[in-house]
Design a protein around this ligand. Structure first.
Ligand code: GDP
Ligand code: MG
Length: 598
């Protein structure tokens, strides 16, 4: 196909504004997917995405649009996640595109991730097409929202299409605007090959599959290629596109978005953001890669069964291929044995990775309480970055501890301003600014410690505003705080994996809440178990887990064997995500108790 008839674009929006639904309609109206194969949010292909109703991974498909001018156009459509944790996926999708469709819910208006995603699109020099969605809703106010987009973003909305992605109304106009208003790829087919790797996955039979956007040149089977950052060289075996079924092609040319396989078994050789070129006649320099995202949250991941450490290691390497923002390194815990300290972009990201490891790699894991990175300045002048509370130096060696702060921008209807300010104040926030957006909404800016917002800030924000608030945050720097390490003792023994770093003034309250919570979460044993919280060896809270009175088998009167077995199995089932530490069994929930403390 003639390059002028190609359009590469992403759909960007705040979460739930209708990206995936619009993608569905586009696939349907271009007959890309047959009716009987059509299901809602088709591009959300991971089970996890379908169950949670959110897009986690970017997803690229090729489709053909028969335009009103009688000509056929090839579209490469890339659906993206909207949640703040997955901005990394969005920035990668955008680098593979020339344009973006900005979907805004006409009932909700511009939200925090609408703005964040627009900025990303602008950074990538993309042409942006605004689209007003959900005009079928009685509460839709497309005119008001258009004005909001013009005022807040500065995008001209005089031609903005009003659609219902649900019913399909107006979607054809979007397709026509893609043809008329979005640019075609500008690369040169005769120039040396430059293919941007924007995603990858591991296939047990074919090795690494790399998803690429061809910025210059062409690539076909038998070509000798080089990954410019890693230097690794391979011979291409297959190339193709996704429609969304995998289809093999003879070649991929400038402007195409597709996949290549080259029997790549060594996972480390393929890095998302790298450029592929030919071994002969190579490109002079690689394409601009992506900003490497810094993880915001860390936790330890340990196999429940110590024998599966190597399986976990293998699984992490494979998952990292598909999610380059994941970081990990080996760590040991006295309580939990051998595992990995892993870095994530946020709590949702952490949750998703953990669940993918369990499902896709059949692992049983214990995750320790999440932590941010603290900068600890020691009395000898050295600074150490601590991502695991258990590794904090002894208090007498610490001069001061600094913690990461973020600037949070919150969009909220006026009547909830008080509730938001209350919440931010409680979370040690410092007021920065407040602005009127329109007659009904305000933008509030606070600086907050990251550790306070990674936990339950988002949930609290939603529950105190009936779901109407949205927020985005960006790291601003480190600041000194009064922080102390709080240890938890079970049966008189410190459990390193339960240690946390807390704000001093909150320590007593947290210690109390934590011991009470652990008392409820840890199963009773044959003996009484004291649960204590301590700071620097001083006990600040204490409670007891009472001894078990009955055992489950007592009910069976020693008779029915099969019933006995069933009961034991049931017990085992419940034990799945528990770890024996000394003589006490600790369930997964205990490690997350710190997340919902006040
Ligand atoms: P995404 O998070 O941006 O991908 O949003 P989804 O496509 O998953 O849509 C979020 C919710 O909004 C789903 O329940 C959709 O059914 C619904 N939705 C999407 N488009 C429309 C629309 O045009 N009208 C109405 N009434 N609901 C819509
Ligand atoms: Mg989606």
């Amino acid at each position: 196909m003639d390059q002028s008839h190609i359009r590469n674009f992403s759909i960007i929006a705040h979460i739930d504004h209708g990206k995936s639904t619009l993608a569905d309609r586009i696939l349907e109206m271009t007959d890309t997917v047959e009716k009987r194969e059509m299901k809602e949010q088709l591009l959300d292909s991971m089970d996890l995405e379908r169950e949670r109703g959110i897009t986690i991974k970017l997803n690229a498909v090729q489709l053909v649009y028969h335009a009103k001018n009688g000509e056929d156009y090839i579209f490469h459509l890339i659906d993206t996640p909207g949640h703040v944790d997955f901005t990394y996926e969005v920035s990668r999708s955008l680098a593979a595109c020339d344009g973006a469709i900005l979907v805004v819910d006409a009932a909700q208006g511009v939200q925090a991730q609408t703005l964040a995603n627009v900025y990303l699109a602008l950074e990538n020099d993309l042409e942006i097409l605004p689209v007003l969605n959900k005009i079928d809703l009685p509460s839709a106010q497309p005119e008001l929202v258009k004005k909001e987009i013009e005022d807040m973003i500065g995008l001209d909305c005089s031609d903005a299409v009003e659609i219902s992605a649900k019913s399909g109304q107006g979607v054809e106009d979007v397709l026509e605007q893609i043809v008329a208003k979005l640019p075609s790829p500008s690369g040169k087919p005769n120039a040396p090959l430059q293919a941007l790797v924007f995603d990858s996955l591991y296939d047990p039979y074919r090795g690494v599959i790399a998803f690429v956007s061809i910025k210059n040149g062409t690539i076909k089977p038998k070509d000798k290629i080089r990954f410019m950052a890693s230097g690794a060289e391979y011979e291409v075996i297959e190339v193709g596109v996704r429609t969304p079924k995998e289809v093999q092609e003879d070649e991929l040319s400038t402007g195409d978005v597709g996949w290549i396989s080259a029997a790549i078994k060594n996972i480390e050789n393929v890095r998302v953001g790298d450029t592929i070129t030919h071994v002969e006649n190579p490109a002079e320099k690689p394409l601009e890669g992506y900003r490497q995202m810094q993880p915001m949250v860390y936790c330890g991941l340990y196999p429940v069964d110590n024998a599966r450490y190597d399986d976990l290691k293998d699984a992490l390497a494979k998952l990292k291929l598909n999610d380059a923002s994941l970081q990990y390194e080996p760590e040991t815990s006295q309580a939990l044995g051998f595992g990995f300290r892993c870095g994530f972009l946020g709590l949702l990201h952490m949750d998703v990775i953990e669940e993918r490891l369990e499902r896709e790699y059949n692992l049983n894991l214990i995750a320790t309480s999440p932590s941010v990175i603290y900068h600890v300045y020691k009395t000898d002048g050295e600074m150490v970055a601590i991502d695991n509370p258990a590794a904090l130096p002894p208090a007498q060696n610490i001069d001061r501890i600094e913690e990461p702060y973020v600037k949070a921008e919150i969009l909220v209807p006026k009547e909830y301003v008080g509730a938001i300010m209350d919440l931010c104040q409680k979370k040690r926030g410092e007021y920065v600014d407040m602005q009127v957006i329109d007659e009904v909404r305000m933008q509030i800016v606070y600086e907050l410690p990251l550790s306070e917002i990674i936990y339950d800030f988002f949930d609290k924000l939603k529950s105190s505003t009936k779901g109407y608030a949205s927020f985005d945050y960006a790291f601003t720097g480190y600041r000194p705080s009064k922080l102390v390490k709080m240890d938890i003792l079970l049966n008189g023994q410190i459990i390193d994996a339960l240690s946390t770093i807390v704000f001093k003034d909150f320590a007593y309250r947290r210690g109390n809440a934590m011991t009470i919570k652990l008392k409820d979460l840890i199963p009773k044993q044959q003996f009484e178990i004291p649960v204590q919280a301590a700071i620097g060896g001083k006990i600040i809270a204490r409670t007891n887990i009472k001894a078990l009175r009955k055992n489950v088998l007592a009910k069976c009167y020693g008779g029915d064997i099969s019933r006995k077995k069933k009961l034991l199995e049931k017990q085992k089932e419940g034990k799945k995500r528990m770890k024996m530490v000394g003589s006490v069994e600790i369930p997964q929930e205990a490690f997350m108790a710190v997340l919902s403390m006040d």
